[in-house]
Design a protein around this ligand. Structure first.
Ligand SMILES: *Cc1c(COP(=O)(O)O)cnc(C)c1O
Length: 229
């Protein structure tokens, strides 16, 4: 897909988000202040990723460790990268100093290993807890009733800074789950200082914004259909 297409897609997405922000009645109405657009890069070649960055996208989402390590050298220096995919504890070491935030922390074990690697690298890693909000066996994430436990564990770890929550709701029924996520997020905010709610993908990002998303993660809506492999 050409630069022009990605630019047009980003423009359309931004307009849709802006409209959703207005409808959601958030206090700030400027998109830059309340919602960040993440470009999800899996299977996308680095030329197209660079095009997305030239359009003004400043945040990339990586879901595969090996793919990221192979492509990373070609990414523009200025871009911020979050890890958003399933992460095995033994892979944390490979990305700890190459991303600014990990969105997919979903167990005490993974949290502890990320904390350990962060401290070995003299850094504090920003993290989100991934919540399996639809209770789907095929998806990662903590069950909603285990969330408080994991929040407590993470806030005690010196190498981690908890920033918020992430979710991938069931396909086709996301609105109901966005609402549940918003409630969990607001509740957690009452006792821990968090500011990030990552939810909404190409098919449902406007609804996610209505329910308070601060990061939407977009692949198809920016780059067109992926060639699966
Ligand atoms: C692939 C992926 C996305 C983007 O999916 P699209 O439907 O193409 O927008 C978002 N979040 C995660 C975790 C993904 O793996």
């Amino acid at each position: 897909m050409s630069y022009k297409n990605i630019e047009d897609n980003y423009k359309l997405v931004s307009e849709n988000i802006q409209r959703a922000i207005q409808r959601s009645g958030r206090s700030s109405q400027a998109m830059e202040d309340c919602v960040r657009v993440m470009a999800v890069t899996k299977t996308i070649d680095t030329e197209r990723i660079k095009s997305a960055v030239s359009c003004g996208i400043t945040l990339l989402g990586e879901s595969r460790v090996q793919e990221y390590l192979e492509k990373k050298a070609d990414y523009p220096e200025s871009t911020e990268v979050h890890f958003i995919g399933g992460l095995q504890s033994n892979k944390v070491r490979q990305i700890i100093d190459k991303v600014s935030l990990i969105q997919s922390i979903d167990s005490e074990r993974l949290a502890c290993e990320t904390d350990r690697q962060a401290r070995l690298n003299n850094l504090v890693m920003d993290v989100l807890i991934q919540v399996n909000i639809g209770g789907e066996s095929t998806k990662n994430g903590v069950a909603p009733n285990e969330l408080d436990f994991l929040i407590e564990k993470i806030t005690a770890l010196k190498g981690l800074r908890l920033r918020g929550l992430m979710a991938i709701p069931p396909m086709g029924d996301s609105v109901r789950y966005f609402e549940k996520m918003q409630k969990l997020f607001e509740k957690a905010k009452e006792y821990t200082p968090i500011d990030t709610l990552s939810m909404g993908m190409s098919g449902d990002y406007e609804e996610a914004v209505l329910f308070g998303a601060t990061i939407v993660r977009l692949g198809t809506a920016l780059f067109g259909n992926r060639i699966t492999r």
